[in-house]
Design a protein around this ligand. Structure first.
Ligand code: ATP
Length: 721
C-alpha cells in the first residue's frame, strides 16, 4: 500500500513542480515519469506473478498433501473395512456358536426338568410302594383381631418348618420335615392342586384317604370344606375333589364310564351318624335327642365301611354342594372359647367311584375318604362344661386312640388297636390297608398354642414314618366279573330253591305261620347268632338290612327315579339277581307276619308298609344302588373276602367249589338245607333305624359276624396257599 501511495505522491509533486518548469524539462520529466511508472507496473506485475506462482505452489502442495491424505484415508478405510468384515465374520461365528451353546443349554435344562419330573414321579412311586402316609402341613394365618407381632413360626421352606420355642436355655428353633408345607398365605387352590394327582387316582381304582388333623381352631374345616360362607374361590378340598372327579370322568367318557356316589357320616360321642339322612324319623330322633347310630364294617370288601349310611349318587358339582349343605347342617357344631364354630364330631365324606373300561369291560372301584377330624383341645383352654366337656373328652379319647394306632403301625407291632375307637375303626382300611393316605396337619401361629403345635407336629412326623405297603388297584377284569356274575346267579337259584322248600316246610308244619308271626322280633334278635355265615344264597337279609335308603336323600330339585340313567347302567347290575330278589323279597315278606295271601301265604299288615317302607320300588332301588357299589351283589362278598387277599387261582378255586356245591345241592337240596339253617328276617332300613326291635341286632352282632366271616375266608385262603 505504501508503494502504491508513493507514486501518487510523487506524481502530484512532479505535476506541481513541472508546472513551474520549462516545457523540455517538463517533457523529459514526463518521459522519465512514464518510464518509472512502467517500471513500477512491471514490478507490480512481476510481484503479482510471483504471488500467483507462490499461491499456486502452495495450492499444489496442499492438493498433494490432500491427495496423500485421501490416499491414507482410503487405505485406512480399506483396512477398516477388512477389519470390519473380519470382525463380522468372527462375530457371526461366535454368535452361531453361542446359539448352539444356548440350544445345548436349553436342551439340558429341559432334560433337567424332565429328570426332575421323573424323580418326583419315582419318589411318589417309591412312596406308593412303601405306602408311606404323606403328610402336608398348613399354617393358619392370624385371625382378624389377633396380634400378629409374635408368631411361633421361625422358618418355613417348601418341605420343612421351624417352630420357635422358649426353653430354660433360651430360645430355640425346632425343625420338622414334611412332604409339603403351606404357609399362612397359601390359597385353597394351591393346596388342592398339590393333592390333585392323589385325588385323581380314585378314578384309577385306588382307595384314597385324606384327613385333616390339628388342634381346635387350627383350620381343619377350612381346608376340607372352606369358611362359613363358601365361595368358589374359598371352596375346600371336598368340593374341589368332587368337581375334579366329574371333570376327569367327563374327559374320559369315551373310554370309561364312571358312576360316583357319596356318603357322609360323623362320629359324635363314639356314635356313627348319617349326615345325609333326611327322614321324618330323623327329626323325631333329633327332637328326642336320640340319633340313629350306624355300624362300621371293615370286613366289607366292597368299600362300604358304613353300609347303612345313605349312599347318594352325584353327577354334578351342584349335587355335591346341595349334599354338603345338608351334611354340614346336620353336623354337630358348637361354640367354645377357642373356636366359635368348633366341630364337635369327626366327619367323613366318602366318595365311591365305579368305573368301567368300555373296551375291555374291566371294572375299577375306588373310594375316597375325606375326613375332617374334630380338633384336640385342652379343656381348661376351651373352657367347656356339660355336653361340650363330654364331647371334648370323647374327641380327645378317640384322637389318642388314633395316636396309639399310629404308634403301633410305626413300630410295626403285630397288634394294632383299631377297635379302641370308632374313628380308628373307620380309618382302619386307610391306615393299615392298601390305600393312598394323606394327612393334613394344621397348626396355629399363636405363641400361646406353641405346646399344642409342637405335639401336633411331632405326631405328624410319626405318622409320616408309617409304611402301609403298596397301594392296590381294585379292579375286576371282565372274566372275573363274569365269573362273579355266574356265581351270583347260581347262588340266587339255590336261594330260591331253599326259600321255596323252607316256605313249604313252614306251611306244612301245623301252626307254622302263626308261630312265625309271634316270633318275628325274636327271630330278628336271634338271627345274628343263627347266621354263622353271611347268607350264601339270596341274601334277602342283605337286601333289606344293608341297602341304603332309596330313593336316597334328595337334594332340592333332585329326584331319584328307578329309570334315572345318570346313575348306574342296567348292565352293571345283575338283572337276574334283582328280579330274583324282587320275587324273593315278595315271597319272604309275605312269609313274616300280616295276613294270608290267596296262596295261603302270610303277608305283613298294611300299616307296616306305611310306617316303614315308602314304596316297593324304593327297596328295589336300594338293591340297585347297593349292587352298583357292591360289584353285582352281596353274594359275591364271600368270594371277595377270599379274593381280596388271594390271587386269581384262589378265585377259580372258589368258583369251582361253588359250582360243585351247586351241582351237589340241586340233587340233595334237602340235606344241604338241614345242615345250614337259613333265617332271613325282613327289615326295612327305616325300621332298622328306628331304634326299636332291630337295635339289639345292630349292637355288634352283625358286625362281628362279618369280621368273623372275612377272617374265616382269609383263613381258608391261607390254608389253600
Ligand atoms: N387358611 C385360612 N385362611 C383364613 N382363615 C382361616 C384359615 N384357616 C382357618 N381359618 C379360620 O379360622 C377359624 C377356625 O378354623 P376352623 O373352624 O376351620 O378350625 P378347625 O380346626 O376345624 O376347628 P375345630 O377343630 O374346633 O372344628 C375359622 O374362622 C376359619 O375361617
Amino acid at each position: 500500500m505504501k508503494a502504491k501511495a508513493a507514486p501518487s505522491e510523487s506524481t502530484s509533486s512532479l505535476n506541481s513542480r513541472s508546472f513551474h518548469k520549462p516545457v523540455g524539462a517538463r517533457e523529459r520529466e514526463e518521459k522519465s515519469f512514464k518510464a518509472i511508472k512502467k517500471d513500477e507496473t512491471n514490478k507490480k506485475s512481476q510481484i503479482l506473478d510471483e504471488e500467483m506462482k507462490n499461491r499456486q505452489c502452495k495450492q499444489l502442495t496442499i492438493f498433494n498433501q490432500q491427495q496423500e491424505d485421501i490416499e491414507g484415508l482410503r487405505q485406512t478405510l480399506y483396512t477398516t473395512k477388512a477389519g470390519m468384515k473380519f470382525m463380522q465374520k468372527k462375530f457371526q461365528e461366535e454368535f452361531s456358536s453361542l446359539g448352539m451353546h444356548i440350544h445345548g443349554l436349553a436342551h439340558a435344562a429341559s432334560g433337567y426338568h424332565r429328570v426332575l419330573e421323573e424323580n418326583r414321579k419315582l419318589y411318589n412311586q417309591v412312596q406308593d410302594l412303601k405306602g408311606s402316609i404323606r403328610v402336608y402341613c398348613r399354617v393358619r394365618p392370624f385371625l382378624p383381631g389377633q396380634s400378629s407381632f409374635s408368631s411361633t413360626i421361625g422358618s418355613m421352606q417348601d418341605d420343612s418348618i421351624g417352630i420357635n420355642t422358649a426353653s430354660r436355655h433360651g430360645k430355640s428353633l425346632k425343625s420338622f420335615s414334611f412332604n409339603k408345607v403351606f404357609g399362612p398365605s397359601a390359597t385353597q387352590e394351591e393346596v388342592f392342586s398339590d393333592m390333585q394327582p392323589l385325588v385323581r387316582s380314585v378314578l384309577d381304582g385306588y382307595n384314597v384317604c385324606i384327613f385333616a388333623y390339628g388342634q381346635t381352631g387350627s383350620g381343619k374345616t377350612f381346608t376340607m370344606s372352606g369358611p362359613r360362607d363358601i365361595t368358589e374361590k374359598s371352596q375346600g378340598v371336598n368340593y374341589r375333589a368332587l368337581g375334579d372327579l366329574f371333570l376327569l370322568a367327563e374327559q374320559r367318557k369315551d373310554t370309561f364310564r364312571y358312576d360316583i356316589a357319596v356318603q357322609m357320616i360323623e362320629i359324635y360321642n363314639e356314635q356313627v351318624r348319617d349326615l345325609l339322612r333326611v327322614h321324618f324319623i330323623c327329626f323325631i330322633f333329633v327332637f328326642l335327642n336320640v340319633f340313629d347310630t350306624l355300624e362300621i364294617r371293615n370286613s366289607s370288601q366292597k368299600g362300604l365301611s358304613v353300609p347303612d349310611a345313605s349312599l347318594v349318587p352325584v353327577s354334578s358339582t351342584y349335587d355335591v354342594i346341595d349334599l354338603m349343605k345338608l351334611g354340614h347342617k346336620n353336623r354337630a357344631v358348637g361354640s367354645t372359647a377357642l373356636n366359635d364354630r368348633s366341630s364337635r364330631s369327626h366327619s367323613c365324606l366318602t366318595v365311591h367311584v365305579q368305573g368301567r373300561d368300555l373296551t375291555s369291560g374291566a371294572v375299577l372301584r375306588g373310594c375316597m375318604h375325606l375326613v375332617d377330624l374334630a380338633g384336640s383341645e385342652r379343656v381348661d383352654k376351651s373352657e367347656v362344661t356339660g355336653d361340650r366337656l363330654k364331647e371334648a373328652q370323647h374327641i380327645n379319647k378317640s384322637l389318642s386312640a388314633l395316636g396309639d394306632v399310629i404308634a403301633s403301625l410305626a413300630h410295626k407291632n403285630p397288634h394294632v388297636p383299631y377297635r379302641n375307637s370308632k374313628l380308628t375303626q373307620l380309618l382302619q382300611d386307610s391306615l393299615g390297608g392298601q390305600a393312598k393316605t394323606l394327612m393334613f396337619v394344621h397348626i396355629s401361629p399363636e405363641v400361646d398354642a406353641v405346646g399344642e403345635t409342637i405335639s401336633t407336629l411331632k405326631f405328624a412326623e410319626r405318622v409320616a414314618t408309617v409304611e402301609l405297603g403298596a397301594a392296590r388297584v381294585n379292579n375286576d377284569t371282565s372274566d372275573v366279573k363274569e365269573l362273579k356274575e355266574q356265581i351270583a346267579t347260581l347262588k340266587a337259584a339255590l336261594a330260591r330253591k331253599e326259600a321255596g322248600s323252607q316256605q313249604n316246610n313252614i306251611l306244612t308244619t301245623p301252626g307254622g305261620s302263626e308261630k312265625h308271626k309271634a316270633r318275628t322280633s325274636e327271630v330278628e334278635i336271634h338271627n345274628s347268632s343263627i347266621m354263622t355265615k353271611k347268607s350264601e344264597s339270596c341274601e334277602v337279609e342283605e337286601i333289606t338290612v344293608n341297602s341304603p335308603p332309596w330313593p336316597p336323600v334328595a337334594s332340592p330339585g333332585q329326584t331319584y327315579r328307578e329309570e334315572d340313567p345318570s346313575f348306574g347302567s342296567s348292565e352293571w347290575v345283575d338283572k337276574v339277581m334283582v328280579n330274583n330278589r324282587q320275587d324273593e323279597m315278595r315271597r319272604v315278606e309275605s312269609l313274616w307276619g300280616g295276613g294270608m295271601t290267596d296262596n295261603g301265604i302270610s303277608v305283613l299288615p298294611e300299616d307296616f308298609y306305611r310306617r316303614d317302607v315308602s314304596s316297593d320300588s324304593s327297596r328295589i332301588f336300594s338293591e340297585h344302588s347297593y349292587n352298583i357299589f357292591m360289584g353285582n351283589n352281596n353274594s359275591a362278598d364271600d368270594l371277595d373276602a377270599a379274593t381280596s387277599e388271594s390271587s386269581e387261582p384262589d378265585l377259580l378255586w372258589q368258583y369251582n367249589q361253588t359250582a360243585s356245591k351247586m351241582s351237589s345241592t340241586t340233587s340233595t337240596i334237602e340235606s344241604t338245607k338241614a345242615k345250614k339253617p337259613v333265617s332271613r328276617p325282613i327289615r326295612s332300613p327305616q325300621l332298622r333305624n328306628s331304634n326299636t326291635v332291630t337295635r339289639p341286632l345292630v349292637n355288634g352282632s352283625r358286625g362281628t359276624k362279618q369280621v368273623g366271616l372275612a377272617a374265616d375266608m382269609k383263613r381258608k385262603a391261607s390254608v389253600r396257599r
